[in-house]
Design a protein around this ligand. Sequence first.
Ligand code: G3P
Ligand code: CA
Length: 285
Amino acid sequence: MKRIGAMLAGMGIAMSVFAGTAAAETADLSSLVSKQEQQKMVNVAHRGASGHAPENTMAAFQKGFEMKADYIEIDVQMTKDGELVAIHDTTVDRTTNGTGAVGDLTFEEIRQLDAGSWFGPEFAGEKVPTFEEILDGFRGKTGVLIELKAPELYPGIEEKVAEALIERNMHRPNNAKIIIQSFNHGSMQTSKELLPNIPHGVLAGMSWANVTDEQLAEFATYADYFNPNMNIVTHELVAGVHAADMRIFPYTSRSQEQAFRLFDLGVDGIITDFPEHVYKHPVFN
Ligand code: G3P
Ligand code: CA
C-alpha cells in the first residue's frame, strides 16, 4: 500500500482523492495505475551503465543505451585547450593510465590515455570521449543528462556546451532529450539564461538534507529538477520538490534495495550504475 501510494504521489496524483476505505483504496489504486503510468519512472544510466563498463566511456554509454536507459548521465569538463570531454574526477588519475588535472592537459594528451583498462582488460583502449562525440553518437537514441562538473574551474564552459547543442539544433526540448545539471547552482542559472528551453537541474549533496520550501521555490525559478543524494530523500522531500513544480532524480543507486527504496518514495527518476535494478521493480512485473 505504501509503495503504491508513494508511486502515485510521484506522479503528482493527490492522495486526498483516494481517501476512501483502506480496502477499497488498495483495489482501486491497482487498477488506476496503468502499466504505462508506472513506466514513467525515468531510468538514468549514471556515467553510462557504469556498473558494467568503465564510467564516462563510449562503452558505458553504449551499454546504457542497450539496457534501454532513458538517459545516459555524463560528466563534462574542459581540457587546457578548450575541448569538452566526459570524465568525472578533476584529474585523470583514477580512471586512466595518466596523471594530472583535466584542465592542465591538452585534448591530444588526454586522448592518448587508456580510460578502460582500470575497469577490466576487455575495455583496454577505451578513450576519454568528447562531449560532441557523445551528442553525435547518441542523439535520437537516448536522452543525455549533462552534468557540468566543477564548472568553476572552466570559465566559459556553459557557453561552450550551449554552442555544441545549438549547432546541432538540440536546444529545443522537442528535438532532443537533454537535461543540464550541476552542483554549482550559479552555473545552472547562467546556463538556463543561455538555453532557456532546456530543462536544468540543481544537484544537492548531503548538506541539503534540510532544504526548505523557500529554498526549493528559489531553485524553481531556474531549475526544473532537484536531484539530491539518495540518502536525503524522504516522502516529505519528494512532496516538497513536487510542490515547487520540479521533478526529482536522486543519485546514485548501486543496489537493488536502494532502487526499490527510491521507487517507493515516489521519485520521478533514479540515477543508477545498474539500469536493470529499476526495471526489476515489482510494478513492472
Ligand atoms: O547525476 C548525479 C551524480 O552523478 C552526481 O554525483 O559524483 O557521480 O557526479 P557524481
Ligand atoms: Ca555525475
